[in-house]
Design a protein around this ligand. Sequence first.
Ligand code: HEC
Length: 99
Amino acid sequence: MAICLTAICPAQTKPDPDKGNEVFDEQCAQCHTASGDERKAGPSLQFLFAKPKLESNGKPVNDANVREKIDTGGKGMPAFKDTLAADDKTNLIAYLKTL
Ligand code: HEC
């Protein structure tokens, strides 16, 4: 994995699912499993992007609506709007697509 100092690092251009996996383990795994259909506090996120609709609000599963859910949370899920960087969310979504 690339290590770089923010000062000399170019802005991220490509989503990195490995980094997203790290964010998931730190921020999401206590409430969501990434494999199997076990329900923790929230639903399993395996196959999320294979589903037509989000279980929580019925919206189509796409980058924008998943990002919106991460930003706003609700019904037991914290809002990550101000606690996660935009790149972290981009990486997270790339990771969720691999599940
Ligand atoms: C404290 C527990 C908790 C944490 C931490 C948490 N979630 Fe959730 N999450 C939930 C709950 C509960 C729901 C169901 C909410 C609802 O029905 O509106 C949910 C719903 C979701 C959904 C919608 C699933 C669907 O099918 O509608 C997504 C996507 C999601 N979470 C992603 C994440 C991500 C990514 C993280 C980490 C950044 C995260 N969550 C962290 C509890 C949590």
